[in-house]
Design a protein around this ligand. Structure first.
Ligand code: PLP
Length: 399
């Protein structure tokens, strides 16, 4: 350090500690926006992509780089790109493969935000979209147009838990030279790897199971190196949807317990789905782990376990369902999922309220449908909470 620097200079340059030994076990948080290069030539080589490196925070940072390489490994893809939310991942992936005049085929029961992006914003840029039943081969094939470039699916879907055959749809995409994008949020890379089943791109809301603690909004896109490079430079870089180092660090921590958390979510969800199915006050239960689920066999063949979301309908429709939800004491009424806390929501009035009723019902989102994101509490405590809420709702309905 120069001793003759003034305090104005010293506050910036004095005692900076860049080399840490012994090596810290947890990954370092590097919040730096900019990086200092040894020469103009090396700076130019990094910005031109001729040399590996980071150069400006909007295009990545070292903490995020560690996380991206972990996510790419877990999803068995060439590269990953971390962004500021699940919707940033979804919109970036779609914009990377669609331009003015192109058409996308989208599974009819997608997450409300994806529906909203594709039905309101994408058409303003000349992108044409059809929402179709992707459980039906004939419907998929007959819906492909000469301008179709992408098939976009979510499996299992949120909140109906429809399971789609990824390998089968990937084959259709191969034959028609289309890009298959799969939202793998409800499974996490621990339970399902769409790229191994033939998909081209995977998107995640890491806000859910990947981080798993309900304290970060984030998303990931996983795919071929060249595609990820294009998205980083041309879409995320220009639109400014990067994931910052602080949030990356929280996700690096959350990720360490992902396997353990998801095993527990799945075990409890199975027990709760079986309890609900056997209860006379419950009209219907949608959980891929139940033999009555229409795609139970497919789910067993492509998913390692059945996930932590249970969707069901209470006898008595909308009013009975609302009374039931309002009577829960442990489960919290909330818009998110995949957290340690059990969260419950009413899709028709909450997450999917942006979808018109007639459209929503075509997607299987009826007025009485309830989505439960099973948390990490003791499964018996969650079941006792459901029991008392059913009883209270029935008492209120009868009086
Ligand atoms: C299946 C699915 N995909 C994407 C998203 C969007 O994620 P985010 O809220 O992180 O933008 C959600 C949010 O609930 C979701 O459930």
């Amino acid at each position: 350090m120069e001793t003759n620097w003034s305090m104005d200079t010293q506050v910036i340059h004095s005692n900076n500690h860049r080399i840490q030994e012994p090596l810290p076990i947890s990954q370092s948080i590097v919040p730096a926006v900019a990086y200092a290069f040894p020469s103009i030539e090396s700076a130019a080589a990094v910005v031109a992509g001729k040399e590996e490196g980071v150069y400006y925070g909007r295009y990545g940072n070292p903490t995020l780089q560690v996380l991206e390489s972990k996510i790419a490994t877990l999803e068995k893809g060439e590269a990953a790109l971390g962004v500021a939310s699940g919707m940033a991942a979804i919109s970036t992936a779609l914009l990377a493969f669609l331009k003015k005049g192109d058409h996308a085929l989208v599974t009819k029961d997608v997450y409300g935000g994806t529906y909203s992006f594709l039905s309101s914003l994408a058409p303003r840029f000349g992108i044409d979209v059809d929402f179709v039943d992707c459980t039906n081969e004939e419907v998929i094939i007959s819906s492909i147009k000469p301008t179709t470039k992408v098939i976009y699916i979510e499996t299992p879907s949120n909140p109906s838990l429809t399971v789609l055959n990824i390998s089968f749809i990937a084959e259709i995409c191969n034959r028609h030279k289309l890009t298959l994008i799969v939202d793998n949020t409800l499974m996490s890379p621990y339970l399902q790897n769409p790229l191994v089943l033939g998909a081209d791109v995977v998107v995640h809301s890491a806000t859910k199971y990947i981080n798993g603690h309900g304290d970060v909004l984030a998303g990931f896109i996983v795919g071929k190196k060249s595609d990820i490079k294009f998205m980083r430079k041309t879409i995320v870089g220009d639109l400014g949807q990067n994931l910052n180092a602080w949030d990356s660090s929280l996700i690096l921590r959350g990720l360490k317990t992902m396997a353990l958390r998801i095993q527990r979510h799945c075990q409890s969800a199975q027990k709760i789905a079986e309890f609900l199915q056997a209860h006379p006050a419950i009209a219907d239960v949608f959980y891929p782990g139940l033999p009555t689920h229409p795609q139970h066999e497919l789910a067993k063949s492509q998913m390692k376990a059945m996930g932590g979301i249970v969707t069901f309908e209470v006898q008595g429709g909308m009013e009975a369902g609302k009374k039931f939800v309002n009577s829960l004491k442990l489960a919290m009424i909330s818009f998110s999922l995949g957290d340690p806390e059990t969260l419950v929501q009413h899709p028709a009035t909450m997450t999917h309220a942006s979808i018109p009723k007639a459209e929503r019902e075509k997607f299987g989102i009826t007025d009485g449908l309830i989505r439960l994101s099973v948390g990490l509490e003791d499964a018996d405590d969650i079941i006792n909470d459901l029991k008392q809420a059913i009883l209270t709702a029935q008492t209120v309905t009868k009086s």
